[in-house]
Design a protein around this ligand. Structure first.
Ligand code: UD1
Length: 421
């Protein structure tokens, strides 16, 4: 087991290259199951979750081969085994992404139930509802979702749940609909850039999809999909995390290869909190040297402020001037990081769906524990701004979602070491 030692008080200044988006890469990799032709994906980040998805695809009869550092070739060679095992699925919730493609291409799927996680309960009722509407028979037995469908047929599906749209449910229904007979309309589809990217990938493979990037997707089923070469979009959450780190250390960063168009809500919130942010040919530049102002924000579905950036922005606001209110509308219990930030001197009171952050002058380094991926990032941001050294434990969460994070931050002036725990 490893841990990070973060020496606080070093301002970030420099340039960081943004990686491909994990949350676009995972569903797109799973959708390679829809064709027996080879697919070459560019911009795949080297992460633990990507390795897990490769293992799942291998288990399901696909070969995965790294052609270069971020270029992955996936090719289905056997279609006999349709079971995604508990051992792999339990490592990562995004494993549920193989359900739609398996059902669509092989007419059968057994996927271990992903279960809950620390950010709150994670039901899959919308995935099931959508697939059943397309004609699948689904049972849940012995911890597995068992789905069969002789013939999926296009239909109208309303995919709104009590928390709005669902990102991965939209992905699964889209995967099932591309080879279904006739026309499928998904209303209240998630319009997150990662789902738009999945739709664009499927179109590159020969699918017929209208309305990409909107809440209404119209899919006309085709007989088969072919292989293609496709480049994954830049990671908007990694970009936001580095923007937050620049703010917390009152530094300046250029983030190369980032896409500002996907980041309106984050950028508006950061500008209100005192940052200067501008776009410079395919890069984002942030300078934050005049302190941090309190700001209220609400985590919502896209194009709202992303829940996956809530913890990192909260870390910044712990040292703002004034009191901020953070409202979480996607995962109301996603405040595990608040108690760890408080161990570093932050003043946060949280209840279901809401946290009140009273800015303090300075955080101080402490031993802290990462509860999930984005919580880990928030503790690094706090550690970079704190006085003294922060010891971050359970960093396996971090390695699930951030490519070379210490190297990237250290090249911009941070002092972070990975040592044995
Ligand atoms: C994806 C992202 C995750 C992000 C989340 C919300 C990936 C791999 N993961 O997860 O990082 O935090 O979107 O932006 O892309 N819900 C239901 N029933 C369902 C499915 C979801 O009620 O069948 C609820 C969830 O509990 C949650 C809300 O809908 O309250 C949104 O969740 P959803 O968009 O499905 O999250 P994921 O797709 O699992």
């Amino acid at each position: 087991m490893k841990k990070l030692l973060i020496e606080g008080g070093n301002q970030l200044n420099g340039t960081i290259q943004i990686s491909g988006a994990k949350n676009a890469a995972l569903p797109i990799m799973a959708n390679c199951l829809l064709t027996q032709e080879p697919v070459i994906l560019e911009g795949i980040p080297q992460l633990a979750d990507i390795k897990t998805m490769c293992e799942i695809l291998n288990e399901l009869g696909a070969t995965t081969e790294w052609l270069s550092e971020n270029e992955l070739k996936i090719c289905v060679t056997k279609e006999e085994k349709n079971t995604a095992s508990y051992e792999l699925v339990s490592k990562m919730r995004a494993s549920i992404c193989v359900l739609g493609p398996l059902l669509s291409k092989r007419k059968e799927a057994q996927v271990s139930l992903p279960g809950g996680c620390v950010i709150g309960t994670r039901p899959i009722d919308l995935h099931i509802k959508g697939l059943e509407k397309l004609g699948a028979s689904i049972t849940i037995e012995n911890g597995f979702v068992n789905a069969t469908a002789d013939n999926l047929k296009g239909t109208k599906i309303f995919l709104g749940g009590q928390f709005g749209s669902s990102v991965l449910a939209t992905g699964n229904i889209l995967s099932a609909a591309v080879l279904a007979e006739g026309k499928t309309t998904i209303n209240f589809a998630a319009c997150e850039p990662e789902i738009e990217d999945l739709a664009k990938f499927l179109i590159a493979c020969g699918a017929d999809i209208e309305g990409t990037g909107t809440h209404r997707l119209v899919i006309r089923g085709v007989k088969e999909l072919k292989g293609c070469r496709y480049k994954i979009i830049p990671d908007r959450i990694e970009t936001g995390t580095f923007l937050a780190a620049a703010m917390a250390t009152q530094g300046s960063l250029t983030l190369q290869g980032a896409n500002l168009d996907h980041m309106d809500a984050v950028i508006e919130t950061m500008i209100s909190a005192g940052a200067n942010i501008s776009e410079e040919d395919n890069s984002i530049f942030i300078e934050s040297k005049n302190g941090i102002k309190a700001v209220d924000f609400t985590a919502l579905a896209y194009p709202g402020f992303p829940t996956d950036m809530q913890a990192q922005m909260m870390a910044v606001l712990t040292i703002a001037e004034g009191t901020s209110i953070v409202t979480e509308k996607i995962f109301p219990d996603r405040f595990m990081h608040a108690s760890e930030l408080s161990r570093m001197g932050a003043n946060i009171k949280s209840e279901t769906g809401k946290a009140i952050v009273v800015g303090v002058q300075k955080l101080s380094g402490a031993k802290v524990m990462a509860s999930d991926l984005r919580a880990s990032a928030s503790l690094i941001i706090a550690g970079l701004a704190a006085k003294g050294t922060t010891e971050l434990n359970r960093i396996y969460h971090l390695d699930r979602g951030y490519e070379k994070i210490e190297e990237k931050l250290n090249n911009a002036g941070a002092r972070i070491q990975r040592v044995d725990a």
